[in-house]
Design a protein around this ligand. Structure first.
Ligand SMILES: Nc1ncnc2c1ncn2[C@@H]1O[C@H](COP(=O)(O)OP(=O)(O)O)[C@@H](O)[C@H]1O
Ligand SMILES: [Mg+2]
Length: 330
């Protein structure tokens, strides 16, 4: 079976800036693939090259075996694309949006109607098909956008950061929908800067940073890369100045992070760290309020692989929703 996506040394320069730097990977048909990276990493540039919207500086991309640069029209028949800014026509109803999109693809009227009905039902907006989209919430508009991208029944769906700016519930609905589409056979390629999103949805994740693909594997394998290390998370009943420095200097501790009122100590030897912690608590007359040993998450693997400072991660947390992946019994 031909690869859904095959990319070889794909590169894009904007003047002196190497936005995408010789990336190579393949996505199998039926796969749910995520390109994960911080803002500015090159995700949008990559997806635009894969969907024929932007010409690569060098390298090749094939979609279902078709060269994107040489046969953009044939590629467009194989793909649905949801860009970050894609929107339905607000002054039109959901139904008319789909009819219009179908006509652009040259679909006969009967087929268009059939597809519109199927998709609107699948996406849970059939009952509201005759309302103008402007009355819809952001989450519902996104669903209409997805329906439009699927109207010609493409085997491969591209989505650039599909849940950015959506409320938690809409984002969850979109994720469930994507999972369902994938179960029905659609190959999915999405970009995201939400580590949790990549973790819960994707069969495989490519991590992109500074235009380079720095890792590519299943979320579980990516996590396993950092599995030797554990995190001892502790909080005390009161704050002592400079305690973080002291914790960082404990012999078995490799790295510390402050998370709210908790300190996270990265270590290969959690039981030793716990002993040291109770010593410190005693010396300083502190009570330990909570103490947990956690297994590193995909977030940690991401930090390790990209060499991202915790400051960068903090910045990402501030702008949004980099949520900690909770691992039970870690
Ligand atoms: N049209 C453009 N002209 C010049 N630089 C650009 C252009 N588009 C993107 N860039 C730069 O290329 C890099 C990658 O951008 P982008 O692909 O949008 O990243 P991401 O989608 O991962 O946030 C960034 O440094 C960005 O500023
Ligand atoms: Mg982007």
């Amino acid at each position: 079976m031909v690869d859904a996506i095959n990319v070889h040394n794909l590169t894009k320069c904007y003047g002196n800036l190497l936005a995408v730097d010789h990336i190579s990977f393949a996505v199998r048909q039926g796969e749910f693939f995520g390109l994960l990276g911080p803002n500015g990493a090159g995700k949008t540039t990559t997806i635009r090259m894969l969907t024929g919207l932007l010409k690569p500086t060098s390298g090749t991309a094939h979609i279902m075996g078709i060269n994107v640069v040489k046969n953009p029209v044939d590629v467009k028949k194989q793909i649905g694309v949801i860009s970050e800014t894609a929107n339905p026509y607000l002054e039109m109803s959901a139904w008319d949006n789909l009819m219009f999109a179908g006509s652009i693809h040259g679909m006969p009227k009967g087929r268009r109607k059939e597809q519109a009905e199927n998709l609107l039902k699948l996406l849970g907006i059939y009952d509201r098909r005759d309302e103008k989209v402007e009355k819809f919430s952001k989450g519902l508009r996104k669903r209409v956008t997805i329906a439009i991208a699927l109207v010609h029944d493409p085997p491969l769906l591209f989505l650039d950061e599909p849940t950015v700016g959506l409320d938690v519930q809409s984002a969850r609905m979109i994720r469930e929908l994507l999972r369902e589409l994938n179960e029905q056979g659609t190959t999915i390629f999405l970009t995201t800067h939400y580590i949790e999103e990549a973790d819960i949805l994707c069969d495989r994740v490519g991590i992109i940073e500074n235009g380079k693909l720095v890792a590519l594997d299943s979320p579980e394998n990516l996590k396993a890369a950092g599995r030797e290390e554990k995190i001892v998370e502790v909080s005390f009943d009161s704050y002592v100045r400079k305690i973080e420095n002291e914790l960082a200097q404990l012999p078995a501790v490799n790295m510390t992070k402050k998370r709210g009122d908790k300190f996270q100590l990265y270590t290969g030897d959690p039981s030793r760290v716990i002993q040291e912690l109770s010593k410190i608590a005693e010396e300083k007359n502190l009570k330990i309020v909570s103490l947990n040993v956690l297994t590193p998450t995909l977030e940690d693997a991401f930090v390790e692989l990209t060499g991202f400072s915790s400051l960068d991660m903090e910045r990402m947390e501030q702008i949004g929703r980099l949520k900690k992946i909770k691992i039970k019994g870690g």
